[in-house]
Design a protein around this ligand. Structure first.
Ligand code: PMP
Length: 346
């Protein structure tokens, strides 16, 4: 009878193979067809499950991890959750250095998953000893037998998406995808996915979504890190104040920047119109689609795939809180500057 039980061995068996869902209303005014790769279907509710599992299993193959070893990382939350989840199943300790910009929900969730969490100031430079990068490096030096995932500079971050997200999208679109639009944080998602897709069809156009306050777009255009581009912004997980080694800038055709307020409203509108409860950066991606459409980027036969990186439940005290939105001045900005945003809400 036992072979009739249809159960997965453990939760990690469910990582990847996320659905592609047609967008029906939020993009109805745009030219072309639009599809979302909904990464919240991963068991850890984000695309980061893919890299956590791939990097940890590569370390196991190299003999770097054994029962009781410690896995260390810097994370805005999602990667931390995925590492904590994998560590539980595989029997490792998990230490995470997170930015103070991360939502309280995210930090509480990490602690609930058994991780030791160090909260580090967000608005210090990357080489400041208090930054979450430097704190993680120090903890790695001080913890014997530990590995440091180092998602911003780890080629395996790209490889995880090259091996999974890219082939899945190619297969799910029957090879018809014409544009890939994805957020760029570490750059692993967009670089790995695009590398695979462009190997299949070099004409696929790849567009990275960046934040105002981040250096990525300008670096892509000029090859220079301009410190004047750096200032605080609210979107978590998108854009950067350094040049991540896990971004293959050559494979990205262009970057587009989006604002905190418009991305927040767009995330709320996606939830209300498509019934997909999305995180902040999914709003950023659809805001980018809107701007690209206005620039005439798409044709009637375009098949555009947008990656929705995570789930809305992690942002209850942020974009899904009217109070938080009001405190940021985002509710006023919607009324005064962008009243047309509201038209999608039924
Ligand atoms: N969205 C969210 C919510 C994230 O946490 C991240 C990762 N920083 C991204 C988008 C961007 O993904 P990547 O790091 O692969 O560029």
């Amino acid at each position: 009878m036992e072979n009739k039980i249809k159960a997965y061995d453990n939760i990690l068996a469910l990582v990847g193979n996320t659905p592609l869902v047609r967008l029906n209303r939020i993009t109805q005014e745009f030219t072309g067809s639009f599809y979302a790769k909904v990464e919240a279907f991963n068991p850890g509710h984000s695309a980061k499950d893919r890299i956590a599992l791939h990097i940890i299993e590569e370390a196991e193959r190299k003999g770097l991890l054994s029962e009781g070893s410690t896995v260390i990382e810097t994370t805005s939350g999602n990667t931390g959750f995925s590492i904590a989840m994998a560590s539980i199943i595989k029997g490792y300790e998990c230490i995470l250095a997170v930015s103070s910009k991360s939502s309280k929900d995210k930090i509480d969730i990490l602690r609930s998953m058994g991780a030791q969490v160090y909260v580090c100031p967000a608005h210090v430079s990357a080489d400041d000893p208090r930054s979450y990068y430097e704190v993680a490096k120090r903890l790695h030096r001080e913890t014997p037998g530990s590995i440091y995932i180092n998602q911003y500079f780890n080629e395996l971050n790209i490889e995880a998406h090259y091996r999974s997200t890219g082939p899945e999208i190619w297969e799910q679109t029957g090879g018809q995808i014409t544009h890939l639009v994805a957020c760029s944080g570490t750059g692993g998602t967009i670089s790995g996915t695009a590398r695979y897709l462009k190997e299949q069809n070099p004409n696929i156009r790849v567009i990275g979504v960046d934040a105002y306050g981040s250096v990525l777009k300008k670096y892509h255009e000029t090859g220079k890190l301009d410190p004047n581009e750096i200032y605080p912004y609210r979107i978590e997980g998108l854009g950067k104040n350094l040049i991540p080694g896990a971004t293959d800038f050559n494979i990205i055709d262009e970057y587009i920047k989006v604002t905190d307020a418009e991305s927040a409203h767009m995330a709320r509108n996606i939830s209300k119109t498509e019934g997909i409860f999305v995180g902040y950066t999914s709003g950023a991606v659809v805001q980018a689609l809107k701007q690209l459409d206005a620039l005439g980027a798409f044709a009637p036969d375009s098949k555009v795939v947008a990656i929705f990186p995570d789930h809305g439940s992690r942002y209850m005290s942020k974009i899904y809180s009217d109070e938080w939105m009001r405190d940021q001045g985002f509710l006023e900005s919607a009324k005064e500057v962008r009243p047309q945003e509201v038209q999608y809400v039924k």
